[in-house]
Each structure stands twice: as structure tokens, then as C-alpha cells.
Write a protein that binds this ligand. Structure first.
Ligand code: SF4
Length: 398
């Protein structure tokens, strides 16, 4: 039963009645809608789904990928993270070049087209053990090693690298853009209060929002196709979520380089400092995705299905047009206890929602020509992988 007064309900309905196809809603409208009652949720979802169908009708994409956790050492200590390790922790590991290539080659045989590199941020600044590992491998820093491994995968396989390396200088954006058609950095939130003691970003120097915005802006100045997004349920307010989406919208309006916005929901795990935090409810997640769609009506919006299972298909109702990277081979190392749905299941559920499931590349179709315009191996490999519609040229059956 709703506790919202009839007056507020009417306001949400009125706000929805003003939504115009392809026109982003205002901050005020977004704030009203993200607080809408359960009674108003069906109307919000209908508006978001209509906006998605206007943008990309009848299709939901995914990227068939292998996950390469290049190193799980990290100098940050985010309160929700199960990926990071200190050097002495069980499971601490930096992949060797042979390991990287072996996973990439296996993925290639399984029809993957993306090599997603995930790694901790600048571990060598905190841990002498990582400095020693890098010295042994022959690299000055984790970013130098990442650059070399992206280059290796690009040269030796048909996979296209997509690195998620944390904060980058303008110079490093350029260097990684020479060996990968796209890259990513989750903005997560613009709320700097979460850096305070006991909060989600306590002791996480790379999570300062203005530094992350600067990296995304540096990518924009260089027209690098960029994936970013928000993480919900880590102590931010609903207003923070709207403002985080607006920051992304503002960067995209200025530089036109944001290829995808991910809405990721916090999931609790027993081993993390935030083990007693409440998870966002399904309604909360659906409202946030729907408001993201209406704030960014012509943006690729992704939500990971494994973090909303078993009811992940309702995310289609909220206006997503992408399921993100799905691996037929490697687990989700960031959320290892939440396996991806089987691809056949994903296809069936997507079709039940009236959409076709299509395989995309790490770089979205609207950004392919910008990358292939520059000569070189990256351009050649991307051309070879891209079909006439900008999606994967050879799509494996789910
Ligand atoms: S979320 Fe990223 S930056 Fe934070 S601790 Fe985990 S690996 Fe490090």
C-alpha cells in the first residue's frame, strides 16, 4: 500500500505526461520521478521503455567477452569490493602474459570479441611486491604492463581490448586508445562525502569524484569512446544519483564520447566492510534505470543481468538496451558469487520481452567509424570484426 499522498501521485503522472520523445527530462522532473511511488512505477517504466524503443527499437545487445583480471592488487579499499587483494592475501594474483594470451585464445574459439581488462588502481604505489612483480615482467608501472597486454591481445588474437584501469592522465588515455577501441571508468557517484571515514570510499584515493570526472573529460577531448556509469546503494542519496547522471550528460553534451552508461546495483557480500549495508530494492533499481533512460534518451544504457537475477528481465521494462559483457568462459571476478545467466536463457528472456538479442563489440556501432578513421592495426582489427550494422560481424549462437 502506498504512503504517497494523491497530490504527489498526480505530480508524477503530470511529469510523465510532459515527457517528449527524444527530449531529455529536467533535473526537477528526474528528482520527482526517482522518488515515485510503487503505484506510479508502471507509468514510469512505460515511459522509459517507450524512450528506449524510440532510440533502438526491438534490439538488446550484449558483448561476448573474456574477463582478464590483470592484477587484483589495488591501492584503494572501497567498502563494497571483493575483487581487491593485498599481496599477502589468499588469491592475490597478477596474470602473466602467457595467462593473458591463453584466456584470450580460448575466448576467441568460443566466439568472444571483447577482452575486458579489469585491474586494481596503481598497486605499485602502495606495495613493494607489485613493484618487484613489474620489474620481473619488465615494466615500469601497472599501466605500462596493461598497455603491453592490450597490444599483445590485439596482435595475437581477433579480440578487441577494453581496459578499465582506474584514473588516467591525458597521456595514458592516448596511449591506451592506441591499443583499444574503447575504455571505461565508472564515475560511481559525484558525492565526495562518501570518502569520509567509515563510508564506501574511505581510504580510496582514486574515488575522488572530480578526479574521475577529469579522466572522463580527458577521454572526451581525445574523442575516445568511453563507458562510465553509476553504482547505486553505496550511501548516496537519490539526488546524488540524478546529479551523477547529469554530470555524465554534461560531459557527453560537451564531447560526444560517452558510448554507454552502466547502472550497477550494490550487492552485499559477507566478506566486505559494507556487509551490513542494505541492498537497493528491485523497485529502487528499476526507478533509477528508468530515470537514467529519460535523462539520457539517446544513450546506450546497460544494467548487468547477474546483479538483478532472477528478475533481471524486468530491466528491459525500465529502458536498458544492453546487458553488458557476458562471458561463456570466465566468471565475473568482480561479483564471483553472481554468475552470468546462460546466454541461451538471456536470449529467451530478451525475446519474451519483444527484443532480439544481438552481439556487439566493446565499441558501440555509433563510435566505430571514429576509431577506424585512424590508420593502423587497431583500425584493421576493428574493421575485420565489424558487420555492416556496426555490431559483431560474426555472431555466435547464444
Ligand atoms: S572497486 Fe576498484 S578501486 Fe575500489 S578497491 Fe576494488 S579494485 Fe580497487
Amino acid at each position: 500500500m502506498s504512503h504517497i499522498t494523491p497530490l504527489v501521485r498526480e505530480t508524477c503522472s503530470e511529469t510523465l505526461a510532459e515527457v517528449r520523445s527524444g527530449v531529455p527530462i529536467s533535473r526537477e522532473a528526474a528528482l520527482r520521478l526517482i522518488r515515485c511511488s510503487d503505484d506510479d512505477l508502471p507509468g514510469l517504466l512505460a515511459a522509459a521503455r517507450a524512450a528506449k524503443e524510440c532510440f533502438k527499437p526491438g534490439v538488446i545487445t550484449y558483448s561476448r567477452k573474456v574477463f582478464l583480471p590483470l592484477t587484483n592488487l589495488c591501492r584503494d579499499y572501497c567498502g563494497y569490493c571483493t575483487f581487491r587483494r593485498d599481496p599477502a592475501d589468499p588469491g592475490a594474483h597478477t596474470m602473466t602474459p602467457d595467462e593473458v594470451l591463453a584466456v584470450a585464445r580460448t575466448g576467441e574459439k568460443l566466439g568472444c570479441t571483447e577482452a575486458l581488462f579489469s585491474l586494481g588502481d596503481k598497486p605499485e604505489l602502495l606495495f613493494p611486491e607489485m613493484r618487484e612483480t613489474l620489474r620481473h615482467l619488465g615494466y615500469k608501472s601497472t599501466l605500462h604492463y596493461l598497455e603491453a597486454m592490450c597490444g599483445l591481445v590485439l596482435r595475437e588474437t581477433s579480440l578487441l581490448p577494453h581496459p578499465n584501469p582506474g584514473l588516467l592522465s591525458a597521456e595514458w588515455v592516448a596511449r591506451l586508445a592506441a591499443v583499444s577501441p574503447s575504455m571505461g571508468l565508472m564515475l560511481e557517484t559525484t558525492n565526495a562525502d562518501l570518502l569520509a571515514p567509515g563510508k564506501a570510499h574511505d581510504n580510496a584515493p582514486d574515488k575522488v569524484p572530480c578526479k574521475r570526472l577529469r579522466t572522463i573529460e580527458d577521454a572526451g577531448k581525445q574523442s575516445v569512446p568511453f563507458t562510465t556509469g553509476l553504482l547505486i546503494g553505496i550511501g548516496e542519496s537519490l539526488e546524488d544519483r540524478v546529479d551523477t547522471l547529469l554530470s555524465i550528460r554534461d560531459l557527453h553534451e560537451r564531447y560526444g564520447h560517452i558510448q554507454e552508461v552502466i547502472v550497477q546495483n550494490f550487492r552485499v557480500k559477507p566478506s566486505i566492510p559494507m556487509a551490513h549495508f542494505p541492498e537497493p530494492s528491485q523497485g529502487d533499481m528499476l526507478r533509477t534505470v528508468a530515470v537514467a533512460r529519460l535523462l539520457l534518451p539517446e544513450m546506450n544504457i546497460q544494467a548487468p543481468p547477474n546483479l538483478s537475477a532472477p528478475c533481471y528481465d524486468e530491466l528491459v521494462d525500465a529502458g536498458i538496451n544492453d546487458w553488458g559483457g557476458i562471458s561463456p568462459l570466465t566468471p565475473d571476478f568482480i561479483n564471483p558469487e553472481k554468475p552470468w545467466p546462460h546466454l541461451e536463457q538471456l536470449r529467451l528472456r530478451t525475446e519474451a520481452k519483444g527484443c532480439e538479442l544481438r552481439q556487439r563489440l566493446p565499441v558501440y556501432p555509433e563510435f566505430v567509424s571514429g576509431v577506424t578513421a585512424k590508420p593502423g592495426l587497431l583500425s584493421e582489427k576493428l574493421r575485420a570484426a565489424t558487420g555492416n550494422d556496426g555490431l559483431a560481424r560474426i555472431e555466435r549462437a547464444a
